[in-house]
Design a protein around this ligand. Structure first.
Ligand SMILES: [Fe+2]
Length: 263
């Protein structure tokens, strides 16, 4: 893969996204949300790839997975007016169809194409398939880390507004902003268990579960970014000042430090 190819991919992608604008403002805002997300994921994935010492070709492949991982989001929103895969369509699969119909990745070697397609296909799955070859697994893990980094950012940026206007987010998240939190969510994070979205009773539960995501982060450079950006502290400060929350925060902080120190 060459830099020239990446430049052509970028041109195609941003021209493609531009065709989705022009309806009402709320619609355009939703399209922009995913376009901006893609831009930040591309920049983050390159940072991670550099910190991990990947070579030039690998950095290009990584950025391509960042560029295209959510390419299905725009058509999904156009068709269904929603980003919830449940009840609409798997946006990763839809993205792969769009890339195939436009023959975007056909200029790459079959191995490169396969790696990028697999990373896109699996980026949103709850757990990563364990039958991947080493190189495919690397890129599949990398895009999941870069995606998580940006979900942390998006959430952290909305916390103040969320506190002031909880009703505005009922539609986005589907959970009320209550004062309390669920004991079983606290316990799941303390036990490093994954939590199903169905189990959330409130925004607080979702924020507590997001702290627990640190356990699923694949690479130390991602953990370093989470630490240096202060995402976890901001999430903790949003939550009620209870002993449970201090325990969760301490547990997660310890996990983070231990993994970073191990390198
Ligand atoms: Fe996605």
């Amino acid at each position: 893969m060459t830099n020239q190819q990446l430049e052509e991919f970028k041109k195609w992608f941003y021209d493609y996204v531009a065709t989705f604008y022009g309806s009402d403002q709320l619609y355009d805002d939703n399209i922009r949300l995913k376009e901006d997300h893609t831009r930040r994921v591309c920049s983050d994935i390159v940072i991670l790839a550099k910190r991990m010492g990947l070579d030039e070709r690998q950095k290009l492949i990584a950025e391509t997975t960042g560029l295209f991982h959510d390419v299905g989001r725009f058509e999904q929103f156009k068709r269904f007016g929603s980003y919830n895969d449940v009840g609409t369509v798997n946006h990763a699969t839809l993205g792969l169809e769009i890339l195939a119909n436009n023959k975007i990745l056909d200029c790459l070697s079959s191995k490169e194409k396969e790696i990028i397609e697999t990373a896109i296909r699996l980026h949103g799955d709850k757990d990563l398939a364990d039958n991947l070859d080493e190189e495919t697994e690397l890129f599949a893990k990398l895009i999941r880390d870069a995606d998580k980094l940006d979900i942390y950012l998006v959430m952290v940026e909305r916390l103040d507004d969320l506190k002031d206007n909880p009703e505005k987010y009922m539609g986005t998240f589907g959970y009320p902003a209550s004062e309390g939190y669920s004991q079983n969510i606290v316990q799941a994070v303390l036990d490093s268990r994954t939590i199903d979205y169905k189990d959330f009773q409130s925004i607080n539960d979702m924020v507590i579960a997001m702290l627990g995501w640190v356990i699923d982060v694949n690479f130390v450079p991602t953990l370093r970014q989470i630490k240096s950006r202060g995402h976890l502290e901001k999430l903790v400060n949003f939550l009620p000042p209870a002993d449970d929350i201090r325990r969760v925060a301490g547990h997660i902080q310890k996990q983070l430090e231990t993994r970073i120190n191990k390198g």
